[in-house]
Write a protein that binds this ligand. Structure first.
Ligand SMILES: C[S@@+](CC[C@H](N)C(=O)[O-])C[C@H]1O[C@@H](n2cnc3c(N)ncnc32)[C@H](O)[C@@H]1O
Length: 273
């Protein structure tokens, strides 16, 4: 996720990102089912091997394994911390035998993907230094008719429903966008330049009223990220408001709030002709 780990060589940072990815999966679960169903509709036939690039803790990997019950999923990530979490999650869901873990740095090269006929890259392509090169390698690795799914998000999700809270979150998001890594570009032209037909692009709006305590933990993780990142960049009143939201005992604390998780994920489905 933007702002939480760029190329993640710091292990404390990586476990924090891993926690956030898991929370994200718990809270936003159903949108992912819609997304994998949509990808399934774009595929010519059910995929036999799926490569998940930048798999993280396995949110996408396991959703893909459930959606395509005959497929083996090759999960690629550079981070051993992520791959360990993915292994435990796959075992816990009884999917261990269908998930193969590959530790590799996608900035160096696409590792062998075992003849994947579906490649999936969720919230990961914008981390790669030379996405055009990687997309070219993915194109070459796919068989004709093979599908590439790219998923990105429009920044961190929003949580607060009252006017002042929503405005505060908007200022946080703006400040992060102003200082943070480049947001992702429109991948459509990149996909076409790499030789793909851009079959389709779809926005998935997310609006979930999360169950407590997951929603509070998720909002806490995101807002405390803003608090530490934007120290000195936000007005003092905004920092104080964040502190009250994050505090354990303030009447304004997150746990006393009505929280709704809102965001948008954009997906591209591209086919190798
Ligand atoms: C924001 S997470 C997304 C994880 C997962 N795809 C999801 O949707 O929840 C990005 C992941 O990409 C991995 N990553 C970033 N750069 C990478 C690279 N050059 N090679 C391999 N993995 C990379 C990170 O380790 C991290 O697990």
């Amino acid at each position: 996720m933007e702002g939480h780990s760029h190329h993640g060589h710091h292990h404390g940072g990586e476990s924090r990102l891993a926690d956030l990815l898991d929370l994200d999966a718990d809270v936003l679960g159903t949108y992912l089912d819609e997304l994998t169903a949509w990808i399934g509709e774009q595929a010519v036939r059910p995929p036999r091997t799926v490569a998940d690039l930048g798999a993280g803790t396995g949110t996408g990997t396991l959703a893909l394994a459930r959606r395509f019950p005959a497929a083996e999923i090759v999960a690629v990530d550079q981070s051993p911390v992520m791959l360990d979490r993915l292994r435990s999650a796959a075992l816990a869901q009884g999917l261990g035998e269908r998930v193969r873990l590959v530790q590799a740095d996608l900035d160096e090269a696409l590792p062998p993907t075992g003849g994947a006929d579906l490649v999936w890259a969720a919230l990961s392509l914008h981390h790669v230094k030379d996405p055009a090169r990687l997309l070219g390698e993915v194109h070459a690795a796919l068989p004709p008719g093979g599908l590439l799914a790219v998923v990105e998000m429009d920044g961190m999700p929003r949580f607060l429903t009252d006017e002042a809270g929503a405005a505060l979150e908007a200022r946080c998001r703006e400040a992060v966008a102003a200082t943070g890594p480049d947001p992702y570009p429109d991948w459509g032209p990149f996909l076409e330049a790499a030789g793909f037909e851009t079959a389709a692009r779809r926005d998935f709006p997310i609006e979930v009223r999360p169950a407590s305590p997951d929603g509070v933990r998720y909002a806490h993780a995101v807002l405390s990220g803003y608090r530490s990142r934007l120290d000195g960049q936000l007005a003092a009143a905004d920092l104080a408001a964040l502190d009250r939201l994050l505090s354990g005992d303030s009447p304004e604390a997150l746990r006393h709030r009505d929280l709704v998780v809102r965001g948008t994920r954009t997906a591209w489905a591209a086919r190798r002709p």
